[in-house]
Design a protein around this ligand. Sequence first.
Ligand code: SAM
Ligand code: SF4
Ligand code: SF4
Length: 356
Amino acid sequence: MQDKVIPIRAAGTERRPAPLYDGTPLADTLGRGLRDLRISVTDRCNFRCVYCMPREVFDHEHKFLPHSAILSFEEIARLARVFVGLGVQKIRLTGGEPLVRRDLHRLVEQLARLDVDLTLTTNGSLLAKQARRLKDAGLKRITVSLDSLDDVVFKAMNDADFPVAKVLEGIDAAAAAGLGPIKINMVVKRGTNDGEIVPMAQRFRGTGHIVRFIEFMDVGSTNGWRMDDVLPSAEVVRMIAAHHPLEPIGANHPGEVADRWRYADGAGEIGVISSVTQAFCRDCNRLRLSTEGALYTCLFAQSGHELKPLLRAGAGDDELRNEIAAVWRARADRYSEIRTAETANLPKVEMSYIGG
Ligand code: SAM
Ligand code: SF4
Ligand code: SF4
């Protein structure tokens, strides 16, 4: 995967210092601010979800990053501080599966000292054991992915023979630890788990947890994405509303990825994330830091901007700030607005590597 990262500094040439960051709020070429940072803490995962890390590609021959290549907790925390100084208000830890990284709570402890909304996305498999520790370390909220309540369907999607009951245990442990309101991400693949939409909505209605139905996306280059496999969110809303009337509600903050709907009878809310049928690039304020310390300004990027060489060469905070500011100011990404069958086939960086 490393060869998909294009370093700012081409081999053998002198790196030109980025222009000085003058302290004014960052805006990219389309006027979008920087608010949300996603940090991938590992490119490894104990699942092989068919839409993310298909087993035929991520098999025993796949070369995951060696420990020396990935950012240490101290390096991540240092960069996070710089990002917060540039306006980041929210940090999400992700991966790969973040909870397979040893002692993750120690990173949470360091990040919790910053003035940010700190959250994490997990497949839930190791959550029952870690929920309390993460909460005590300062994690504020959590998102758990769950694609089905039916073991046969779920195992076909996670391709790791992992049962639904264990994820539900993780969700319960997170709720008991005070990591709510819990969001539950369900990737909807037409013909695979669309029969699970209404059961998922019904299972979590009235629990305070918020199920978010995500359109299957053409992230990476390995998941065999086809438009025919995408079930538009409008259809998801129609299916649920046929059982339980829904009404739209406003976003919590600008750039929120999910459109929110509440049950008319007051039993809570759901969200739909329609990155294929209703692109939301116009407000996209998200930046990703990959496991090995490269910046990606779009989930569908073909290349990133290396920060690690600078970091490990002993750069000061000012230098890092200038570099990050220059990357954001040059940003022009709007992939979902310009997606076509052709762009879907372009080689893109894998989501497990840059962080979902
Ligand atoms: N392993 C963790 C998990 O599964 O929650 C965190 C990383 S995962 C890449 C982050 C989120 O991206 C998950 O909710 C996952 O379902 C979603 N995701 C992965 N591949 C996707 C795809 N092709 N389309 C839509 N969502 C996807
Ligand atoms: Fe792993 Fe999450 Fe990707 Fe599934 S979606 S393979 S759990 S990183
Ligand atoms: Fe943001 Fe890229 Fe997604 Fe558009 S396609 S919303 S720019 S991450």
